[in-house]
Design a protein around this ligand. Structure first.
Ligand code: ATP
Ligand code: MG
Length: 309
């Protein structure tokens, strides 16, 4: 208790929760003033991890919405037959809707299947339908089966009337032909890692696949970004996992960590990203900060390429 000037006792409001809230509001204010330059080349990122449920889809849609809110034009390609990214972006994806399946198997142009998310005119989605579940098998016998998505993305970027700044590809939890198509189409790999036990298990297999792709299919692909997800600051395990991942990948892991948050998990059931559902919540603020970090890395890289760094 502190004595106020009037002589009445006043509460000094200091607790871990109060500090957390004060910190969150200063982070919100900082985000409101951020400006990012999107004049560089389009960046194509695949969000992959063959482990299930680590936050690939949540990361894809929330980063996409955050980048769109910063002024970027973003295309999300839903490459998972589960169609969770299409759902979260509020985009219809019933069996009769033209989808990524038609692009991969019947070589439809991407432009023919892309829909605009009701969330933002800057946020586009190439939906997945249940038909994509069969594409893995159907692709096996097709010509240029690993390059189908890459060809479609390149044609789309070259022909789209409006500029596209980011393409984010949401992968299924496997290393099959759908994921190989994503690796072949992308410039960058973004791996979400859940801050839980076994987090690093399977990572060497994933990175092994990436080196094979680099050697044989796409030398441009590189691991650019790791994002720690579902972080629970109250557990020592989460801290230990985060420290271990950072020690292995000091340059790739973003400073921003995504906390475990009920708002993040509720948003998809409203067909929304957490940015639209509750943009000021802790989970949304973290995804918005992660998007700024990713975008700033882009402009730094672009300026280095131009010799302006
Ligand atoms: P899959 O491998 O099945 O495609 P995924 O890697 O795409 O899964 P998500 O679907 O994004 O993972 O997330 C798995 C579950 O965890 C979902 O129910 C999601 O709502 C929840 N989730 C993801 N991130 C968070 C978070 N930061 N806080 C709370 N829940 C989260
Ligand atoms: Mg998913």
């Amino acid at each position: 208790m502190a004595e106020s000037e009037s002589g009445r006792a006043s509460l000094t409001f200091d607790s871990p929760l109060a500090r957390e809230l004060a910190d969150l509001s200063s982070r919100r204010r900082a985000l409101d003033t951020v400006r990012v330059d999107f004049t560089g080349e389009p960046r194509v990122l695949t969000v992959s991890n063959q482990k299930g449920g680590v936050g690939k889809t949540t990361t894809t849609v929330n980063l996409a919405a955050s980048l769109a809110s910063l002024g970027a034009r973003v295309l999300v390609i839903d490459l998972d037959p589960q169609g969770n990214a299409s759902t979260a972006l509020g985009v219809p994806h019933s069996a009769d809707i033209p989808s990524v399946y038609d692009v991969l198997i019947d070589q439809f142009p991407l432009a023919d299947i892309v829909q605009v998310s009701p969330e933002s005119p800057n946020l586009l989605c190439a939906p997945s339908t249940i038909h994509l579940a069969g594409a893995e098998i159907e692709l096996v016998s097709q010509v240029a089966r690993e390059h189908r998505l890459r060809t479609a993305v390149e044609e789309y970027l070259a022909s789209s009337a409006d500029r596209i700044d980011f393409v984010l590809i949401d992968c299924p939890p496997s290393l099959g032909l759908l994921t190989i198509n994503a690796f072949t189409a992308a410039h960058e790999l973004l791996i979400p890692i859940q801050c839980e036990y076994y987090a690093l298990e399977g990572l060497s297999q994933l990175l092994g696949s990436v080196s094979m792709i680099q050697k044989h299919l796409n030398e441009r692909l590189h691991l650019s970004t790791i994002l720690l997800t579902m972080y629970d600051g109250r557990t020592r395990l989460a801290q230990q996992v985060a420290d271990e991942v950072r020690s292995h990948f000091p340059n790739e892991v973003l400073r921003t960590v995504i906390p475990r948050s009920v708002r993040v998990s509720e948003a998809p059931s409203f067909g929304q990203t957490v940015i639209a559902y509750d943009g000021q919540s802790a989970g949304a603020v973290a995804y918005r900060e992660a998007a700024v970090e990713i975008a700033q890395r882009a402009s730094a890289a672009t300026h280095e390429n131009k010799g302006e760094a």
